[in-house]
Design a protein around this ligand. Structure first.
Ligand code: NAD
Length: 233
């Protein structure tokens, strides 16, 4: 029997219980910083040293964090479903939990890229990126992060995945960061959507089944429900 295609669309909330703070839940600040000061191309032009320091701190936190029960439940679903994870997160907790197909819409904190050639992406040597660290072409390296106001290169690939899904699980995202939030509208009408979030979902997810729980409880419970449905067939 062909496996159902299950797409997990995750946001900062799935990593909250691993100790990585979300962003909406902190009054729109990211770890006490205004987005305009640390996560925009203008901030990078104005004060690259502050931007690098901010991402060095995020990297340290990510390296110290561990996947939680939600990341693990998502990875374990690969034994019964064809699972694709589309994440807005820049951490690698889905991969460390065992997920094998993870698309990062907003980049990856453990990688860096060339400021001259955006496709020149490498894993960072060490934990800290400095002014003067250069790519193979000789230009300054920057964090491999999609900053606010920048194009999201993986949008098309993510839309294609969601447009072929049988089941979409949306977890831990406020659906307020565009264009990523618009991806849920690519889900076919015949598909089902589940939302796992302790807060009420946005208008755009009407008709979805809402599991009003934290990710570490909701995801394992939802995974059990989805598995049971398969074995009852
Ligand atoms: P967001 O901060 O805007 O929204 C977080 C959502 O998670 C909210 O709906 C909240 O109710 C929910 N939530 C909080 N605790 C939860 C829990 N324990 N279980 C389940 N849900 C929980 O996050 P967003 O929509 O992902 O957008 C923020 C942007 O900031 C993203 O683009 C992302 O790149 C970036 N960011 C990333 C990280 C990370 O990589 N871990 C952390 C913070 C911010």
């Amino acid at each position: 029997m062909t496996r159902q295609r299950l797409v997990v669309f995750s946001g900062a909330g799935v990593s909250a219980e691993s100790g990585l703070r979300t962003f909406r839940d902190s009054d729109g600040l990211w770890e006490e910083h205004r987005i305009e000061d640390v996560a925009t191309p203008e901030a990078w032009r104005r004060d690259p040293a502050t931007v690098l320091r901010f991402y060095d701190m995020r990297r340290e936190q990510v390296l110290a964090a561990r996947p939680n029960a939600a990341h693990r439940a998502i990875a374990d679903l690969e034994d019964r479903f064809h699972v694709e994870v589309v994440t807005q997160n820049i951490d690698d907790l889905h991969e460390r939990a065992g997920s094998t197909r993870v698309l990062h819409l907003h980049g990856e904190i453990l990688k860096v890229r060339s400021t001259a050639e955006p496709t020149l992406i490498t894993r960072l040597n060490g934990t800290s990126l400095r002014l003067g660290d250069r790519c193979a072409l000789g230009s300054q390296l920057r964090p491999h992060i999609v900053w606010f106001g920048e194009e999201v290169p993986e949008m098309q690939r993510a839309a294609a995945l969601i447009s072929k899904a049988d089941v979409l699980v949306v977890v831990g995202t406020s659906l307020q960061v565009y264009p990523a939030a618009g991806l849920i509208h690519y889900l076919p009408r015949t598909a089902e959507m589940f939302v796992v979030d302790p807060k009420d979902p946005q208008v755009g997810v009407q008709g979805a089944h809402h599991w009003k729980q934290k990710a570490s409880e909701g995801l394992p419970a939802l995974a059990l429900h989805l598995r049971k449905r398969i074995s009852d067939r």
